[in-house]
Design a protein around this ligand. Structure first.
Ligand code: GLP
Length: 240
């Protein structure tokens, strides 16, 4: 695991360049994408590079990590809406090549078809991740099995609190989500994770130090052969 302590601007540039190089080397590569504020700077740089003619996404396939249960695709806080508005609508990707788990589900039956779809596409070449303040990745909360595939997750109260900033009131935040599992994420060939700000300092400590345990979902990344963690000084502040 590599750790890079950088400014937000520098990490956005470096990660965006990694995405651009991955796509230019293999125009029909498979990208693993995330929502939240962490990847937004990278997505704007990808849009900029597309507008400057430095990259085309026309044959790229993408898979997103997660989606809230119960929000329709056109709900402003759904992750499909987020991806369309913050990336897909501004580049030349074919919408049918973009995948976001369907949040309109009542049971877990058939959710593993999302993992099968990723496998059939050849697996994820490059996965971007953010991190929750409680150490979750995607929506895999503390206690999630390291063997988990795509499933329905109950959101931790701290995650509901964190994400309430995007909703009018806390009771509008969904309490469940469909999420790729930890085993699904670990299959990606290359992973980059962004953590910035003091609110991520405890999660970064759990990620880089201490036990590899299901109590700290992100700690599983230490077992992956190709992960780079991008942190700013504030997120790194609890590492001595
Ligand atoms: C949500 C998402 C995660 C994301 C996390 C952190 O819970 N499911 O994928 O990493 O929020 O979000 P942010 O980047 O806004 O801090």
């Amino acid at each position: 695991m590599r750790v890079k302590i950088q400014t937000k601007e520098k990490m956005n540039e470096e990660i965006a360049q990694l995405f651009i190089d991955t796509v230019n080397e293999n125009p029909n590569c498979v990208l693993g994408l995330a929502t939240g504020s962490s990847p937004l700077g990278v997505y704007s740089k990808l849009i900029e590079a597309y507008n400057d003619g430095k990259v085309s996404f026309k044959d790229v396939r993408t898979f997103n990590l997660d989606e809230y249960v119960g929000l329709s695709e056109d709900h402003e806080q759904s992750y499909r809406y987020f991806m369309n508005h913050n990336l897909f609508d501004h580049i030349d990707i074919a919408k049918e090549n973009t995948h976001v788990p369907c949040g309109n589900v009542e049971s877990e039956e058939g959710l593993d078809s999302y993992d099968n779809l990723i496998d059939e596409a050849g697996g994820i070449d490059l996965q971007i991740l953010g991190i929750g303040s409680d150490g979750h990745i995607a929506f895999n909360e503390p206690g999630t099995s390291f063997d988990s595939l795509t499933h329905i997750a109950e959101l931790a109260q701290s995650t509901i609190n964190d994400n309430s900033r995007f909703f009018e009131s806390i009771d509008q935040v969904p309490t469940k989500a469909v999420t790729m599992g930890l085993a699904s994420i670990m299959k990606a060939k290359k992973i980059v994770l962004i953590a910035t700000g003091e609110s991520k300092a405890d999660a970064v400590k759990g990620l880089l130090m201490g036990l590899i345990t299901e109590k700290v979902p992100c700690s599983i990344l230490r077992k992956h052969p190709d992960v780079t963690i991008y942190v700013d000084r504030d997120a790194y502040s609890k590492i001595k």
